[in-house]
Write a protein that binds this ligand. Structure first.
Ligand code: AMP
Length: 416
């Protein structure tokens, strides 16, 4: 038997319905914030992620699915959404005529070679969005607002934003130096990966899962002490806006996030102070790093699968419809054509309708009526059809009514 790959899953049944419901809420909310839907390819040139996400990240070093196609091109299955969207933005020269920020959202499968566990898979979905062209804190506030309210609209009221600032390049360089000076004498207390990180990207030591609980990490200098005046004032302004917008946030001076490209604002969304359900931040240099002009950006990605788990664990009720409106049964083959015609007619008028396609006995058709939890059923028979009518039966009350065929859609509509 050929089975699915480790860390991948099939989505069907109630799970598929749940996702359709969640997608609908997220897409509707994005529309209100005036973000447009975008789809980018599942695979891209490997270089995009090496340059975009950063050579020193775990994601690029250990987690990407890299392969060569038959034309010897080095390709990678996308591990995240931002780099691809930035590639799209540059390739289509959308920076050419930017009277307003360019805002897009995606809902896409991502691929990372990780150790699968609950809420962590090799193929997983991220819902995310990006906003290009504004360096104003208004755009930071908007992006945080959209991320935060997305969870709330999904019924997760207790979410909180963990917020930090990595400052501008100058602030970060100063902080970087102080981290190197701080960690260098203790380098052997850190894991092998962190020893590597020290010179390449010391900020990432703070993010290390292996060393996280060590005192040496907990006592490390914090970025907020290294922000220059401009960066600090920007961060303060952002907090004032979030206060005003009634967004539940908390400054977390340890938050640096795993990727190389962030500056100024970084944030994560957590539920009940446990693991992150999503994260984002500002990336003012990324467009340039990937070959475009100097245009700022900010974005967010929701861990969709974890969010669904959280919805379940928190008992949020997602309405899932497993019942149909009308089942059309037929006594003999003579009524088959009418059954086909009427079923289509109901469906095209917005009514969920079903009929038999297996040539079942009437008794078996009645079993289907119950299996599909049909609200109404109609048994087509020659006598009724001769009079151009059908008998509609309410499956719950068992009350019945004669209805003219031409009035059937209106009758069902009125009674639903
Ligand atoms: P990142 O792109 O690493 O910042 O991740 C953003 C969000 O995606 C995280 O907060 C997680 O909720 C989710 N995520 C990251 N990696 C995985 C994975 N392997 N499986 C499922 N969700 C993931």
């Amino acid at each position: 038997m050929i089975t699915k790959q480790k860390g991948t899953y099939d989505i069907y049944g109630d799970e598929a319905k749940k996702r359709a419901y969640v997608n609908d809420i997220l897409a509707t909310l994005c529309e209100k914030y005036n973000y447009n839907y975008i789809e980018t390819p599942v695979f891209e040139a490997s270089e995009l992620f090496h340059r975009g996400v950063g050579e020193t990240t775990d994601m690029v070093q250990k987690e990407t699915y890299d392969f060569k196609d038959r034309g010897e091109r080095a390709l990678t299955l996308r591990p995240e959404g931002t780099a691809s969207v930035v590639r799209w933005f540059i390739e289509n020269k959308l920076y050419g005529n930017m009277s307003d920020p360019v805002k897009v959202f995606y809902n896409a499968k991502m691929y990372r070679y990780e150790r699968p566990q609950s809420g962590r898979n090799r193929e997983f979905t991220q819902w995310g969005f990006e906003c290009f062209g504004s360096d104003d804190v208004m755009s930071d506030a908007e992006v945080i607002s959209l991320a935060y309210n997305a969870y709330r609209f999904l019924g997760l009221d207790d979410v909180k934003v963990k917020l930090n600032s990595l400052g501008d390049t100058a602030s970060r360089m100063k902080y970087r130096e102080s981290l190197i000076a701080y960690f260098e004498p203790h380098i052997h207390e850190l894991c092998e990966d962190c020893q590597e990180r020290l010179k390449k990207n010391p900020l990432r030591i703070l993010d290390c899962k292996v060393d996280a609980e060590k005192d040496i990490i907990k006592k490390a200098p914090v970025i907020l002490d290294y922000l220059n005046e401009e960066s600090a004032s920007r961060f303060k302004k952002l907090q004032e806006l979030l206060d005003l917008m009634d967004i539940n946030y908390e400054v977390d001076d340890r938050l640096v996030r795993g990727l190389d490209y962030y500056n100024h604002t970084v944030f994560e969304i957590t539920l009940n102070d446990s693991y992150a359900l999503g994260g984002g931040g500002r990336y003012n240099d990324l467009v340039e790093t990937l070959g475009g002009p100097s245009i700022s950006g900010i974005g967010f990605a929701m861990g969709y699968d974890r969010t669904l788990l959280a919805i379940e664990e928190n008992g949020v009720n997602i309405p899932i419809n497993n019942s149909i409106d009308v089942y059309i049964l037929y006594v003999s083959d003579t009524e088959k054509e009418t059954a086909a015609y009427l079923t289509q007619d109901l469906r095209l008028n917005g009514i969920i309708a079903e009929t038999d396609m297996l040539g079942k006995s009437l008794k078996s058709q009645f079993k289907s009526v119950d299996r599909f939890q049909a609200k109404y059923y109609i048994v087509l028979n020659d006598d009724d059809l001769k009079n151009n009518e059908v008998v509609v039966k309410d499956n719950k009350t068992k009350e019945e009514e004669h209805v003219k065929i031409n009035d059937l859609v209106d009758y069902i509509d009125m009674h639903m």
